[in-house]
Design a protein around this ligand. Structure first.
Ligand code: PHE
Ligand code: ZN
Length: 846
């Protein structure tokens, strides 16, 4: 347990930033590892910059000894509390030596030094280092490190270069949050890479014995990432070794520690038998993301945690660019927009809305959000669109040159672009401070050869921000003729006022293709006719717009089905039929275009249209739409499925993955017609996990749970595969049974709540995977999740608080559900043992 929070904890403010009076320039660490009594000797080289006390952070540490410049420090010269070590009269230059004792074995928060599957590992971002030793645990204190690890273990790793077995030196300045240590009985898959600068780099992926056959894809992704960053951003690697370690118990996806990336094992380990196509894609993206942090995050870091988007938004943008280059750009962009809308728009529309650069927080762990990451990445994309690719490259080059080795702010970043391009970015900067998703309304008018587009922008109120100023919104658009020909190629209009008008002289009213490539993270309100959307779907030059037009057609049908029980018209079904059977189109694109808006997306859109969403009706409407599509495609399904068969050995790359994705979509439709016959055959024939999971989830939806036992029999030895098994049974259960199913799974001996992946599989399988089940009218879903989050919060506040965001939509629903969700939130707030969960529940209750 940590800081019990009986009263609301105090926030920190960006405006209060002040540099520390005394800083640390070098850190010397000696670890003697032991599960219950690890000893850490720290020798800090300290330098005064300004008058004032030196306050070092330290939590859950037992003090063994403390000395200054070689002599024991008299107790009158320092004060030690649960969270800090204060030196009252620190001189201008001195060496501080402390010895601390901690118990990694009992650390279930997975922050600081802990144990997972028999190995020692660390997680220091954001403020975990203070659980290892006393230090200025803040990103603006950058130091070089020497580390020695004493343990009877074959593999002992830390940051930098290994100077002797178990001894490491990191020559690059870094803040505490990038420190890492790993020790255990591990095996490596290794390779080499020569940088453009001629540096020879040893690459290793470290895993537990038995997992070494599943490291190849991560290693391949790493090499491609290194090449890409050299080629596209001119950034080369800067140490003689790059280590990646896979850890089973991890709160997040992965961590960019200097030269020693630590990964949740689900984002490293992959084999065709155990990992799906989306696992492979995630591994590729996350390996790239962490590698790219070496420059955007590590060489140049954040001055304070308010600037988190400086490294995260930029690095997500870079990993998205990488994925577009390595895979299909169109499919990647559509996927990124889907994620942004599903997570960030949802966040922006509720009580947890906050700016890309927040101005206050209680617990920084609560701000590793879709807004900081995904909207942060969109802001970089808009900057690039506004200054153009050359301006962007020039701004980046200036940033790397000017700020290498520094801890920076968003102002530092934007100044580089203003200077490199001569552009005034003061209005653009509002994207960092103003929360909420702007709504851009488009009205068209055509009279006497004059075509007019009237534009209006409005950003809704968000917590603490009642009034919003107009933003600079890059709107990429084009025009089509009624025959589908493009009559105006893509142009970018920077909308920077509340209203604006564009005018064209034309013979006939064109079809407006607005927000090509999703050029800004806004909600577009544009009443287009079905006829126009069908033309865009069939002919637009921009694949995002083609997909978006199809999605709008589907969404309008689904909204009508929910609100008025409307049926499904032949025009729409014919359009989907044309898409499904369009052999010229990329199968991955066809799969995306056939996918209906999610239940949560529909609930959010209904709410935005002032309709109270009914989760059961939404679920039913989606199901009947799928049945209607299955019936329309019935005659073609066998041939279409056959055409998606992928011969030869499994290849995770985009071409085959796209075929499997469309194949799975078609199998889902087929299952609605044959009750599972095709899926049973597909399950039996599957020779890879992608096909197996597709068939398994189809059968669960057809209420054939018999395969679950066989699946378990085949895979019970494999933790990552069993996570899929746990999740699928909840996410694909009938909504009326999902809560009972989740509850039953939590009773199993192999449900280990202290493993975040397993916890998320079951409870996230309910709250995110089965919305109608979670929102069961009697509140049983809310109660189950609240119970488990309260339990988890006592040991792992970070994951408990993160998952509590399942309740952020509570104000969307009917009075009865609101009462039940509010009660669950109040119960969590009152029982919160951490400031993490306390802050989240306080914010959601408003
Ligand atoms: N910095 C990590 C990333 O984005 C995420 C992370 C945050 C991991 C906090 C662990 C703890 O790559
Ligand atoms: Zn990151």
């Amino acid at each position: 347990m940590r800081d019990a929070a009986p009263t609301a904890p105090q926030p920190k403010y960006l405006a209060d930033y002040a540099p520390p009076p005394v800083t640390v320039t070098h850190v010397d660490l000696h670890f003697r590892l032991d599960p219950l009594a690890t000893r850490i000797r720290a020798r800090l080289t300290c330098e005064r910059r300004e008058p004032g006390e030196m306050v070092l952070d330290g939590e859950q540490l037992k003090l063994i000894s403390i000395a200054m410049d070689g002599a024991a420090l008299d107790p009158s010269r320092y004060t030690l509390t649960d969270t800090a070590l204060t030196l009252h009269d620190a001189p201008d230059r001195f060496i501080l030596e402390t010895e601390a004792e901690i118990a990694p074995e009992t650390n279930k928060a997975l922050e600081g030094l802990y144990m997972s599957g028999g190995m020692y590992c660390t997680q220091c971002e954001a403020e975990g280092f203070r659980r290892i030793t006393w230090m200025l645990d803040r990103p603006d204190v950058m130091a070089t490190y020497d580390v020695e690890i004493e343990a009877d273990l074959p593999v002992r790793l830390s940051n930098g270069d290994e100077v002797a077995p178990g001894k490491w030196h990191d020559p690059w300045l870094k803040p505490t949050y990038l420190f890492a240590l790993v020790a255990g009985n591990l095996v490596a898959t290794s390779d080499r890479f020569t940088t453009v600068e001629g540096r020879e780099v040893a690459l290793n992926v470290w895993v537990r014995p038995g997992d070494e056959g599943r490291t190849g894809y991560a290693l391949d992704a790493l090499k491609r990432s290194m090449l890409w960053d050299e080629r596209v951003y001119g950034r080369a690697y800067d140490l003689s070794v790059f280590n990646i370690v896979a850890v089973d118990d991890f709160n997040m996806g992965a961590m960019e520690n200097k030269g020693l990336n630590i990964f949740n094992s689900r984002y490293v380990l992959a084999s065709p038998e155990t990992a799906t196509d989306s696992d492979y894609a995630n591994i590729e993206r996350i390996v790239a993301h962490e590698y790219f942090h070496n420059w955007t995050g590590n060489r140049i870091t954040c001055r304070d945690w308010f600037q988190l988007c400086l490294k995260e938004g930029l690095t997500v943008f870079r990993d998205q660019q990488f994925m577009q280059d390595e895979r299909s750009a169109a499919v990647q962009r559509i996927g990124d927009v889907l994620t942004l809308r599903a997570r960030q728009f949802r966040e922006d529309a509720g009580p947890l809305a906050h700016p890309v650069r927040p101005e206050s927080f209680v617990e920084i762990n609560n701000f590793y959000t879709a807004t900081v990451y995904e909207k942060g990445a969109e802001v970089i994309g808009m900057l690039r669109r506004l200054v153009g690719p050359e301006g962007y490259a020039a701004g980046c080059a200036l940033y790397f040159e000017r700020h290498d080795g520094e801890a920076c702010t968003i102002e530092d970043w934007l100044d580089c672009f203003a200077e490199a391009t001569g552009r005034d970015l003061s209005q653009f900067k509002l994207w960092y401070s103003q929360a909420g998703t702007p709504v851009v309304t488009v009205r068209e008018d055509f009279k006497n050869g004059r075509y007019r587009i009237d534009l209006k922008q409005e950003t809704p109120q968000t917590p603490d921000q009642p009034n919003k100023a107009p933003l600079v919104i890059p709107l990429a658009f084009g025009l089509l003729g009624r025959d589908g020909r493009e009559i105006q190629a893509t142009r970018i209009h920077a909308l920077d006022t509340a209203t604006d008008r564009l005018e064209f002289d034309l013979d006939e009213k064109p079809i407006l293709s607005m927000l090509r490539g999703f050029s800004a993270p806004v909600i577009l309100q544009h009443d287009q006719t079905d006829a126009d959307r069908l033309i865009l779907l069939a002919h637009d030059t921009d694949p995002f717009i083609r997909w978006e037009a199809g999605r709008m057609l589907s969404k309008s049908r689904l909204m009508a089905a929910v609100t008025d029980g409307a049926g499904f018209d032949a025009g729409w079904l014919d359009a989907l039929h044309r898409l499904a059977t369009d052999e010229a189109a990329d199968p991955a694109f066809r799969a995306l275009a056939l996918a209906l808006p999610s239940e949560d997306d529909l609930a959010g859109s209904l709410h935005a249209a002032s309709v109270v969403p009914d989760p059961d009706r939404i679920h039913a409407a989606r199901k009947s739409a799928q049945r209607a599509i299955a019936d329309r495609l019935a005659d073609d399904l066998p041939a279409l499925r056959a055409a998606m068969a992928v011969p030869g050995p499994y290849d995770p790359r985009a071409a085959d993955a796209g075929k499997r994705a469309l194949g799975a979509t078609l199998l889902r439709l087929q299952t609605l017609r044959d009750g599972g016959d095709a899926a049973r055959a597909a399950y039996a024939a599957a020779d890879n996990m992608t096909d197996r999971m597709a068939a398994f989830t189809c059968l669960l939806e057809a209420r054939d749970t018999s395969v679950a036992a066989a699946f378990e029999q085949d895979w019970k030895h494999d933790r990552l595969v069993m996570d899929k098994w746990f999740m699928a049974q909840v996410a694909h259960a009938d909504p009326s049974e999902a809560v009972a199913q989740a509850e039953a799974l939590t009773q199993r001996a192999d449900f280990d709540a202290s493993n975040p992946n397993r916890f998320r599989a079951v409870l996230g399988g309910l709250s995110a995977g089965n919305p109608a089940g979670f929102h069961r009218a009697d509140g049983a879903g809310y109660a189950l999740l609240a119970d488990w989050l309260i339990t988890l919060d006592a040991s792992n506040p970070q994951t408990a608080a993160r998952m509590s965001a399942a309740f952020e939509t509570w104000r969307r629903y009917d009075a009865d559900r609101q009462t039940l969700m509010r009660a669950a939130l109040e119960r969590m707030r009152d029982a919160a043992s951490s400031r993490d969960l306390r802050e989240m529940t306080d914010r959601m209750l408003g």
